[in-house]
Design a binder for this molecule. Structure first.
Ligand code: ZN
Length: 150
Protein backbone atom coordinates (compact mmCIF):
# COMPACT_ATOMS: atom_id res chain seq x y z
CA UNK A 1 0.00 0.00 0.00
CA UNK A 2 1.31 3.46 -0.84
CA UNK A 3 2.41 5.53 2.16
CA UNK A 4 0.19 8.52 1.36
CA UNK A 5 -2.81 6.23 0.93
CA UNK A 6 -2.10 4.66 4.29
CA UNK A 7 -1.95 8.11 5.88
CA UNK A 8 -5.22 9.10 4.28
CA UNK A 9 -6.85 5.93 5.61
CA UNK A 10 -5.54 6.60 9.11
CA UNK A 11 -6.86 10.16 8.94
CA UNK A 12 -10.36 8.89 8.04
CA UNK A 13 -10.26 6.43 10.98
CA UNK A 14 -9.13 9.18 13.39
CA UNK A 15 -11.84 11.48 12.09
CA UNK A 16 -14.63 8.92 12.57
CA UNK A 17 -13.30 8.07 16.02
CA UNK A 18 -13.21 11.72 17.09
CA UNK A 19 -16.54 12.58 15.51
CA UNK A 20 -18.58 9.40 15.16
CA UNK A 21 -21.42 9.75 12.66
CA UNK A 22 -24.97 8.73 13.63
CA UNK A 23 -23.94 8.45 17.28
CA UNK A 24 -27.27 8.65 19.10
CA UNK A 25 -30.12 6.57 20.47
CA UNK A 26 -32.88 6.14 17.89
CA UNK A 27 -36.48 6.57 19.00
CA UNK A 28 -38.88 3.95 17.61
CA UNK A 29 -36.16 1.89 15.98
CA UNK A 30 -37.40 -1.16 14.07
CA UNK A 31 -34.34 -3.14 15.09
CA UNK A 32 -32.07 -2.80 18.11
CA UNK A 33 -29.23 -5.22 18.84
CA UNK A 34 -26.28 -5.10 21.26
CA UNK A 35 -22.83 -6.20 20.15
CA UNK A 36 -19.85 -6.99 22.34
CA UNK A 37 -16.23 -7.83 21.61
CA UNK A 38 -14.83 -9.21 24.90
CA UNK A 39 -11.33 -9.46 23.45
CA UNK A 40 -11.02 -5.67 23.35
CA UNK A 41 -14.00 -4.48 25.42
CA UNK A 42 -15.83 -2.88 22.49
CA UNK A 43 -19.55 -2.46 23.16
CA UNK A 44 -22.20 -1.05 20.92
CA UNK A 45 -25.94 -0.90 20.39
CA UNK A 46 -27.07 -0.69 16.79
CA UNK A 47 -30.41 0.89 15.81
CA UNK A 48 -32.08 0.48 12.42
CA UNK A 49 -35.16 1.88 10.79
CA UNK A 50 -36.54 -0.17 7.92
CA UNK A 51 -39.05 0.62 5.22
CA UNK A 52 -39.85 -2.73 3.67
CA UNK A 53 -36.53 -3.97 2.36
CA UNK A 54 -34.73 -0.60 2.60
CA UNK A 55 -32.60 0.50 5.56
CA UNK A 56 -33.80 4.10 5.86
CA UNK A 57 -31.84 5.02 9.00
CA UNK A 58 -29.04 3.64 11.17
CA UNK A 59 -27.45 4.87 14.39
CA UNK A 60 -25.44 3.53 17.31
CA UNK A 61 -24.41 4.05 20.90
CA UNK A 62 -21.59 2.54 22.89
CA UNK A 63 -17.92 2.75 23.58
CA UNK A 64 -14.93 1.02 22.10
CA UNK A 65 -11.51 1.43 20.59
CA UNK A 66 -10.79 3.68 17.60
CA UNK A 67 -11.12 0.83 15.10
CA UNK A 68 -14.50 -0.37 16.37
CA UNK A 69 -15.89 3.17 16.63
CA UNK A 70 -14.67 4.15 13.15
CA UNK A 71 -16.01 0.89 11.73
CA UNK A 72 -19.55 1.28 13.12
CA UNK A 73 -19.58 5.00 12.24
CA UNK A 74 -18.61 4.27 8.62
CA UNK A 75 -21.06 1.38 8.47
CA UNK A 76 -24.06 3.43 9.62
CA UNK A 77 -23.23 5.97 6.92
CA UNK A 78 -22.81 3.48 4.11
CA UNK A 79 -25.86 1.26 4.76
CA UNK A 80 -28.42 4.08 4.78
CA UNK A 81 -30.62 3.77 1.70
CA UNK A 82 -29.32 0.28 0.92
CA UNK A 83 -31.53 -2.78 0.63
CA UNK A 84 -31.00 -5.53 3.17
CA UNK A 85 -29.45 -7.72 0.46
CA UNK A 86 -27.00 -4.94 -0.51
CA UNK A 87 -26.03 -4.51 3.16
CA UNK A 88 -25.42 -8.25 3.52
CA UNK A 89 -23.30 -8.15 0.38
CA UNK A 90 -21.20 -5.34 1.87
CA UNK A 91 -20.79 -7.42 5.04
CA UNK A 92 -19.42 -10.32 2.98
CA UNK A 93 -17.00 -8.03 1.11
CA UNK A 94 -15.93 -6.33 4.33
CA UNK A 95 -15.35 -9.67 6.03
CA UNK A 96 -13.26 -10.95 3.11
CA UNK A 97 -11.30 -7.69 3.06
CA UNK A 98 -10.49 -7.61 6.79
CA UNK A 99 -9.73 -11.31 7.17
CA UNK A 100 -7.54 -11.37 4.08
CA UNK A 101 -9.51 -14.13 2.38
CA UNK A 102 -9.74 -11.96 -0.68
CA UNK A 103 -6.36 -10.81 -1.98
CA UNK A 104 -7.70 -8.36 -4.52
CA UNK A 105 -10.17 -6.08 -2.86
CA UNK A 106 -12.70 -4.41 -5.11
CA UNK A 107 -12.14 -0.91 -3.70
CA UNK A 108 -14.98 0.51 -5.73
CA UNK A 109 -17.46 -1.95 -4.25
CA UNK A 110 -16.48 -1.30 -0.63
CA UNK A 111 -16.08 2.47 -1.03
CA UNK A 112 -14.94 4.26 2.11
CA UNK A 113 -14.81 0.97 4.01
CA UNK A 114 -11.47 0.37 2.31
CA UNK A 115 -9.87 2.52 5.01
CA UNK A 116 -10.20 -0.48 7.33
CA UNK A 117 -8.45 -2.93 4.99
CA UNK A 118 -5.24 -2.46 7.02
CA UNK A 119 -6.61 -4.39 10.02
CA UNK A 120 -5.89 -7.62 8.17
CA UNK A 121 -2.27 -7.08 9.20
CA UNK A 122 -3.39 -7.08 12.85
CA UNK A 123 -5.45 -10.25 13.48
CA UNK A 124 -6.27 -9.19 17.05
CA UNK A 125 -8.03 -6.09 15.69
CA UNK A 126 -10.15 -7.83 13.05
CA UNK A 127 -12.97 -8.42 15.57
CA UNK A 128 -12.92 -4.72 16.46
CA UNK A 129 -13.59 -3.92 12.81
CA UNK A 130 -16.16 -6.65 12.16
CA UNK A 131 -18.19 -6.29 15.40
CA UNK A 132 -20.47 -3.64 13.84
CA UNK A 133 -21.14 -5.88 10.85
CA UNK A 134 -21.89 -9.00 12.89
CA UNK A 135 -24.33 -6.88 14.89
CA UNK A 136 -25.91 -5.59 11.67
CA UNK A 137 -26.22 -9.15 10.38
CA UNK A 138 -28.10 -10.14 13.57
CA UNK A 139 -30.34 -7.06 13.32
CA UNK A 140 -31.24 -7.81 9.70
CA UNK A 141 -32.05 -11.40 10.65
CA UNK A 142 -34.22 -9.96 13.44
CA UNK A 143 -32.30 -11.73 16.20
CA UNK A 144 -32.94 -10.18 19.60
CA UNK A 145 -30.08 -11.61 21.65
CA UNK A 146 -26.79 -9.76 22.05
CA UNK A 147 -23.98 -10.54 19.62
CA UNK A 148 -20.58 -11.57 20.94
CA UNK A 149 -17.52 -12.02 18.79
CA UNK A 150 -16.26 -14.78 21.09
ZN1 ZN B 1 -11.45 -2.87 19.76
Amino acid sequence: MFEDLRELYQEVIFDHNRNPRNFHVMENADRQVDGFNPLCGDKLTLFLKLDGDIITDASFQGSGCAISTASVSLMTEIIKGKTQAQAEELFTLFHEMTTGKEEHINLEAVGKLAVLAGVREFPARVKCATLAWHTLDAALKNQQQAVSTE
